[in-house]
Design a protein around this ligand. Structure first.
Ligand SMILES: [Zn+2]
Length: 542
């Protein structure tokens, strides 16, 4: 396999004579297939019981990673001179039969039926909520100067409950749209709203029926706590929330100047509906129960060699948690081992750390390795670190994230999420090229994967990031990489069968690791730190 790497490197050097001197960063050190396998088989073993955040299995995984960091001679970069950054989390549960939703139309009092007509989640902030306020319809509830959108224009929502349709206009680019979609609470809170009601739509019903949301809504919500014990709830003035079924939503529109049917027709036609006062008030009540758990990130640093640049860091991240045991008793195997998700990414990170240590060439910038908890709960461990970093965030020059490399085929290309937004795109193209691997365009932009893994909280804080996925072509004749990838996603993703007995191609793991190592090595040694491209939407986030 290493032979192939060198042949690839030579081919690239010959075909890109202008870049010939840059290919000299190619180094003799290589990832080791057996080491990857050993890490993966331990981390994804049944004994760790699916590595759920806060579980004993995940604690053991974290300890294993810290032990490896120590064995490699990396410096601890967690709290108080340890490898661990221990985070407290609050799990919030909605109290049984506590949710109620009553409308006052002026003539009538109408109650919505829970959970058939509306659902709500628990509050992470207070144990009892009781909010009564007028309703204002705000269309999609989006605001963006870049795209010339202000759904709040001309509306006064101070002290009111805003009602918005779920989703976003189809003509928004996917990653930017996903980011704006996730900022809806912020837009409402900044304008003084006290509650948010989301409307399920007929279009959404076709993709994900309301029934499905009912099934999932019993899961507790998890938030991280600041060191002072305060939950990370950014917008405390939003004390009511509900998700209303599309037919039941008509009840909110009895006094409205525009019928709900007309609103849905506008959505269907690709138009963004305008907002207006709904002429009704609503009272929303709920009770929540709180529990506290704790779980660690694990952090280590390999110091850089350059007097100045060693104060800057290249940050590798890989989440060590997974989704724990399944409650589906109809299955014999209850353990979600998370072999690809994300024992594989952690294994790649541990091998990358060893390669840096043993390459014989200390990088100029320091390298930080961060194994992250609670990714599966909503990128929480990464978000905590982005808010409470153990080195100054402004000195983290780039994030290379490793999440769920599907190491089941001899991939011939990679997809690099984030590569179109910063100078890291060039870095990836070059690093992959050294191993004869091409950079392909995102084959599923509608998934907005750039906003869906641990690098995203860092992106929101201004850190350029890149996140590689194995592409959809294969070097093996007759093998369709996209098909293998799709089959994994359909049959094993987040299921007990994502386990070490899958036909794992550890040689593909070697290539994947070598590329990610080369990316970090290039970032660590180049003169300038990576930059956002000025035209990227993500270069201007606040
Ligand atoms: Zn996952």
């Amino acid at each position: 396999m290493r032979f192939f790497s060198y042949i690839g490197a030579i081919a690239v050097a010959l075909s890109l004579s202008a870049c010939a001197d840059e290919s000299s960063t190619t180094t003799a050190v290589s990832a080791d297939a057996v080491a990857l396998q050993a890490h993966l088989e331990f981390l994804a073993s049944d004994d760790l019981e699916g590595r759920d955040t806060g579980s004993r299995g995940h604690e053991i995984a974290a300890k294993y990673i810290a032990t490896e960091f120590k064995r490699l001679g990396l410096e601890p970069a967690g709290d108080d001179g340890t490898y661990f950054q221990r985070i407290k989390f609050r799990r919030s549960f909605l109290e049984e039969n506590s949710a109620s939703f009553t409308l006052n139309t002026g003539d009538d009092e109408i109650s919505l039926d829970y959970p058939k007509e509306f659902i709500t989640g628990p509050s992470a902030y207070s144990e009892k909520d009781d909010v009564e306020a007028p309703l204002v319809f705000v269309g999609y509830g989006l605001v963006s100067e870049t795209f010339g959108i202000n759904d709040y224009e001309g509306l006064d929502v101070e002290g009111k409950i805003v009602v918005m349709v779920s989703g976003r206009p189809e003509d928004l680019p996917s990653e930017e749209g996903a980011h704006l979609n996730s900022s809806k609470t912020k837009f409402a809170a900044e304008r003084g709203a006290v509650g948010i009601i989301n409307l399920h739509t007929p279009a959404r019903e076709k993709v994900r029926p309301f029934e499905v949301s009912i099934m999932y809504q019993r899961a507790p919500s998890v938030r991280w706590l600041h060191p002072n014990g305060e939950p990370n709830v950014a917008y405390k003035n939003i004390a009511a929330s509900a998700y209303v079924q599309h037919e039941a939503a008509e009840k909110l529109f009895v006094n409205a100047p525009v019928a709900l049917e007309e609103i849905f027709a506008q959505l269907e036609a690709g138009e963004s509906p305008k907002g207006f006062d709904l002429g009704v008030t609503a009272r929303l009540q709920r009770a929540s129960r709180h529990e506290e758990i704790s779980s660690p990130n694990v952090a280590a640093v390999l110091p850089g060699s350059d007097d100045k640049l060693k104060n800057e860091y290249v940050l590798y991240t890989a989440h060590s948690d997974h989704i724990g045991m399944t409650k589906d008793l109809s299955q014999e195997d209850h353990i979600n081992n998370g072999a690809m998700d994300n024992a594989s990414g952690v294994s790649v990170m541990l091998e990358t750390a060893r390669m840096f240590k043993e390459s014989g060439k200390q990088p100029k910038r320091s390298i930080m390795f961060l194994s992250i908890t609670a990714e599966e709960r909503g990128l929480l461990g990464a978000d905590y670190f982005a808010h409470h970093p153990t080195v100054p965030l402004s000195q983290i020059v780039a994030n290379v994230n490793l999440d769920m490399p599907v190491l089941l085929y001899d991939f011939a290309d990679v997809i690099a999420f984030g590569s179109t937004h910063s100078t890291l795109g060039d870095t990836v193209t070059q690093a992959a090229g050294q191993f004869g691997i091409e950079l392909s365009e995102d084959p599923m932009p509608e998934q907005a994967i750039f906003t869906r893994s641990d690098h995203y909280p860092f992106v929101k804080k201004g850190v350029p990031a890149v996140f590689l996925m194995t592409g959809f072509t294969s070097k093996t004749e007759g093998e369709d990489g996209g098909e293998v990838w799709g089959k994994f996603f359909a049959e094993h993703y987040h299921r007990p069968s994502d386990q070490p007995d899958l036909p794992i191609n550890y040689e593909a793991g070697v290539t994947f690791t070598n590329i990610n190592f080369a990316i970090g090595q290039e970032i660590a040694n180049q003169v300038e730190r990576p930059r956002w491209l000025p035209e990227s939407f993500f270069s201007q986030l606040d």
